[in-house]
Each structure stands twice: as structure tokens, then as C-alpha cells.
Write a protein that binds this ligand. Structure first.
Ligand SMILES: Nc1ncnc2c1ncn2[C@@H]1O[C@H](COP(=O)(O)OP(=O)(O)O)[C@@H](O)[C@H]1O
Ligand SMILES: [Mg+2]
Length: 385
């Protein structure tokens, strides 16, 4: 597609001349002969470059420039000011208004063409990258202790086993248990990252704070040091971490802890999918019900319910009662695996890797595959496995 250039000049002859010349160089040209028209065309037509005359009757070029810069939609478009004025002060005024380059009339067509070409080339390298297209999956417990961390870890490990490239991050500052499960007890990369100014939170910074488990799984950890819970960090920093991690692995998996704090209420909006974990009992069910309202106010169906059994089935709320109470299907029921989880934790290896044939492991793998199928069914979705 040819680059589109908007020429703004109240002099029709000038418009025609410059327009023809640029068309001959292969550009698509649109024109405006007044300031207001220039502003509306800039936002409706999204030109790649604007050539802007300074002296126009309704609104001068400086004002047009300022208004284009004030609007986030038109702010990134490069602007070349084009005028008969030659005084240094006028050039300064142009740059102050936000112009990127300045040309004085009369200009040789070859000079205009080369300035346009250089400006477009520069703007291509500066154009902001597309927003991250990755996939974020948040794990959240209806209440504490239901098995959220264990599930998040084992789903991430199942993906790593399948040759995927997941990253796993722990947002439970001050009570992070992922590190303890993986044998990195005191790692506090998440707190280190969140302590930085938001502008510095980039994949390169996060990469240096992640640890790599022997399975190849990359994790950004919170520690269990109580002081860490007192770290004051902004929503923006936390959102920055989520967005950066989405570009670093597919999927990016987040342990959001239990319940919804002010931070996790904001973070859940960054998640493409949410896995909500509960135990089959009345208390967890009531809490899950409350959370679902918050997570799916619009009935968006991005929440996947997983029930983890910790005790014999005679002491549990039956699954159909859970589905009825929540108005949603249960995606997986994970069996109790006390002894095996204990052994796996002792060796710092997730159970799906430590004992891939255990019932627990096959349930996790099946759930991971099911999650994958549903992600794929989303518009623009891609297979994970
Ligand atoms: N399927 C399971 N069977 C038996 N115990 C489990 C199971 N899943 C988790 N647990 C145990 O429950 C406790 C809490 O698990 P954890 O994953 O830390 O929960 P949460 O993150 O929700 O607080 C741990 O001791 C863990 O080993
Ligand atoms: Mg936990």
C-alpha cells in the first residue's frame, strides 16, 4: 500500500502542484485547503505524513499542528511545515508547535521529495509497536488454600512438557509459595520489577529477574518474606508487568492469589482467560459466586471453573449443585493427591512432571488441552498445544 500524504494549503495551485509531484513519486495524496478541514481529514483518513502550510486564513499552521499533537489519534503523524516564511523565529515557532521538519517556499521538487521520503522512513522505525497479542491466563482462588498455586504451577508445567513456551508469574507478594514449590525459596524478582519506575518495566528488565526451573519453565517469583507484602507499587507497574510478560511467553500464566484485591481486580481485566479455583464446600462456593459477578459482569464466559478435592467425596458438595449454584459448567475436577504432592514438593518438581502418570497429572493435562481448545475457538485464537 502506498504511503498516504495529506497536503494542507489554502492556495489551490500549490495544492495541485505538490499533489501531482507526490503522486508521480507513487504516494497517495489527499488535500485540505483550510485548517479545520485538515484536522478532520487527519483523524478520519489516518495519513502517514502531513505537509502543512503555515499561513491560512481560518487557522494558521501552528495552531493546526498544536491541535493534531493534542489528539492521541493524530499525535504520531509526522508533520512537515511548508511556508513562505523564512525567519528563524517562524521555524522555532513551527518546531514548538510540534512540527518534525520545516521547508520554505519555493522549494525544489527534488528537495521536497527527498524530505518526504526521509521523514516517512524515520517514522516507520519510530512507529509504535502493535499492542501485545500474547495470551494471559490468570488463576484466582475463590478462597485461600483451595489449590490455586498448585494448579497454576502444574498447568504451566504441562504446557512446558508439551514443548510450549509458557512463563509463570506470582503476584502474591509476601506470601509467594511458587518459589518454595520449585526450590527457589527466596527469589523475589516480582518485587524487584515492581519497585522500578513503570517506564523501565520492559521484557529485558523482567528477563533478568526471572529464574529458570530445571524443567525449562521460566518464572517470575514473589517471596514469602512478610516485608514484601508491604511494597507499595502502582496499578500501572503491575499492568506493565502483565503486558510485558505476554510478549515473553505463550501463554503467560499468573497466580493472582485468592479473592480480589484492588490490584487483582484491575489485573483480572488484563487476562484473556481466568481459571477460578474452589473446593467443593459451601463456603468456597458462596465466595466463588460473589467473585463470578465481578469477573463476568457481562456474562463474557472467560472464567473456567476448576474444583479441587481435598477430602473424601462424602463430605463434599456434589458437582451438579456447584454448577447449578454458579450457573456454569465445571471445566475440571482435580482429585485429592496429598501424598504425591508432598513427594513432588520435596523434590521441587511439579507433580505433572514428577509423576506424569498419576491421576492428578492426567486430569491436569486434560484440563490444559481443554483450555487450549477453548482459546482456539476464540476469535483470533491460536492453538497452544
Ligand atoms: N489436588 C490436591 N490434593 C490434595 N492436596 C492439594 C491438592 N491441591 C493442592 N493441595 C494442597 O493444598 C494446600 C494449598 O495449596 P495451594 O496450591 O498453595 O493453594 P492456594 O494457592 O489456593 O492457597 C497445599 O498443601 C497443597 O499441597
Ligand atoms: Mg497460593
Amino acid at each position: 500500500m502506498p504511503d498516504k500524504i495529506l497536503i494542507v494549503d489554502d492556495d489551490i495551485d500549490s495544492l495541485k502542484l505538490i499533489g501531482l509531484m507526490l503522486q508521480r513519486h507513487g504516494y497517495e495524496v489527499i488535500a485540505a485547503n483550510a485548517g479545520n478541514q485538515a484536522i478532520s481529514k487527519a483523524s478520519s483518513e489516518h495519513p502517514d505524513l502531513i505537509i502543512l502550510d503555515v499561513m491560512m486564513p481560518d487557522m494558521d499552521g501552528y495552531e493546526v499542528c498544536r491541535r493534531l499533537r493534542a489528539n492521541p489519534d493524530t499525535r504520531p503523524i509526522p508533520i512537515i511545515m511548508f511556508t513562505a516564511k523564512t525567519l528563524v523565529d517562524d521555524k522555532v515557532a513551527g518546531f514548538e508547535a510540534g512540527a518534525d521538519d520545516y521547508l520554505t517556499k519555493p522549494t525544489h521538487p527534488a528537495e521536497l521529495a527527498s524530505r518526504v521520503k526521509a521523514m516517512l522512513a524515520r517514522s516507520v522505525t519510530q512507529r509504535r509497536p502493535e499492542p501485545a497479542k500474547g495470551l494471559a491466563i490468570g488463576f484466582v482462588g475463590a478462597k485461600g488454600g483451595v489449590g490455586t498455586t498448585t494448579l497454576a504451577l502444574n498447568v504451566a508445567a504441562a504446557l512446558a512438557l508439551a514443548g510450549e513456551n509458557p512463563v509463570l508469574a506470582d503476584f502474591c507478594l509476601g506470601h509467594g509459595s511458587l518459589g518454595l514449590l520449585l526450590g527457589f525459596g527466596h527469589s523475589h524478582g516480582m518485587a524487584n520489577v515492581l519497585s522500578k519506575p513503570t517506564s523501565e518495566i520492559r521484557p529485558s528488565l523482567i528477563d533478568g529477574e526471572m529464574v529458570v526451573h530445571q524443567s525449562g519453565l521460566r518464572v517470575l517469583l514473589s517471596s514469602a518474606r512478610v516485608k514484601e507484602a508491604q511494597l507499595n507499587y502502582s496499578f500501572e507497574a503491575a499492568v506493565g508487568v502483565v503486558r510485558a510478560l505476554k510478549t515473553m511467553g505463550r501463554p503467560a500464566i499468573f497466580d493472582l492469589g485468592s479473592g480480589l484485591s484492588s490490584i487483582t481486580s484491575r489485573l483480572q481485566r488484563e487476562m484473556d482467560q481466568i481459571v477460578m479455583v474452589l473446593e467443593p464446600n459451601h463456603v468456597a462456593l458462596t465466595m466463588a459466586h460473589e467473585m463470578l459477578h465481578e469477573l463476568e459482569p457481562d456474562g463474557s464466559r472467560r472464567v473456567h471453573i476448576v474444583v479441587v478435592n481435598h477430602s473424601p467425596s462424602s463430605l463434599q458438595t456434589p458437582w451438579h449443585e456447584i454448577e447449578q449454584a454458579l450457573g456454569q459448567e465445571i471445566r475440571a475436577i482435580i482429585s485429592a493427591a496429598h501424598d504425591q504432592l508432598y513427594q513432588a514438593t520435596k523434590t521441587s518438581v511439579p507433580l505433572v512432571i514428577y509423576q506424569p502418570n498419576a491421576v492428578f497429572s492426567s486430569q491436569i493435562m486434560k484440563f490444559t488441552e481443554d483450555l487450549n481448545m477453548r482459546v482456539k475457538a476464540e476469535p483470533g485464537g491460536e492453538m497452544l498445544l
